[in-house]
Design a protein around this ligand. Sequence first.
Ligand code: ATP
Ligand code: MG
Length: 355
Amino acid sequence: MTAGSANASANSTDDSEPLLPGLIGRSPAMQDVYRITRQVAPTSATVLLTGETGSGKELIAKALHELSRRATGPFIRVNCGALSESLLESELFGHVRGAFTSAHENRTGRFEAAHGGTIFLDEINSVSYTLQVKLLRVLQEQEFERVGDTKTIRVDCRVVAATNRDLVDEIETGRFRDDLYYRLNVVPIYLPPLRERTSDVPLLVEFFLRKYAETNRRPLPQIQPEVLELLQKYEWPGNVRELQNYIERALVFASDNMLTPDLFPPHVRGVAEARLAKSKYRSYEMMCRDLVQMALYGSSETDNLHERIVSTIERELIQQVLKTSGGTQTKAAMRLGINRNTLHKKMTELGLDAN
Ligand SMILES: Nc1ncnc2c1ncn2[C@@H]1O[C@H](COP(=O)(O)OP(=O)(O)OP(=O)(O)O)[C@@H](O)[C@H]1O
Ligand SMILES: [Mg+2]
């Protein structure tokens, strides 16, 4: 009997209850993840989360916090990939007034903010080599200085880090320090890709359907069995996030309260080559084509077709660019080639959270 199946029988009282808060899926591979998460959560051990994009690393980071003695303390996430080296340094450690030209005030860093709680260092592979030295010291000694200051600050926070790059490869190419890697990798947790746990697909589909039916105040649609079959065959390069997005879109265009195969993009249905977009423009192009197809063939409603397609595409585009810009609107506006006020206005119109 595997550890996973042992857990399954111990927890098999209610199949709709998540085994870990916020996490859906009961495959043996995920049960191993839940078991390690529960074991390590109450300790102070540093955890390194690895796994492909969209596989649930951030959810596990939050669960580690919520299941720890620090749960009443803060959970602070820092996206290390979203900031330049100097901005990240002052974000993490804080700075004193006058430390650099734009440092008009003293500022506390995220490590101080995480005192008594958990700091989640996301995309740790993006941290520069120099800053890695400073991080190593915090991990080893729990102390650091604010940028421009000599006073040493001590903090008590649990470190959870995540990477979607293989850090061993990064060490080999000289981009990541091996001493920091060993210090971070005290307890590694690997999130398996969705294609390796297809038994979780039906549960995830149902979970997201319920979620989006509720937010859109629509009745819960029926699922045609062929839908589950094709979704279990697909490769899911974007993992659970990709599944979540397709379910949300399918629900938008579903008619007769029924989830049918034609509501999913051709490459998911296996009728078009499953290409991974080479550039972000290509992926947007594909996304637009998929959406238009869905609107034309997937829905009997043709009212306001143009408006519906345009706003759906615009919404998806802005959400994705904001995400890859670490939530910074100025950066996202630059990437989109529009001005910041226009972006803000569009976000308000589309009901996207302006924070
Ligand atoms: N097992 C799961 N159950 C429910 N939702 C999930 C699960 N795994 C992932 N998700 C959802 O999928 C999305 C992506 O998950 P998450 O942000 O944790 O992935 P990630 O591994 O951090 O991805 P990235 O490397 O791109 O940052 C989120 O909306 C999350 O809520
Ligand atoms: Mg993440």
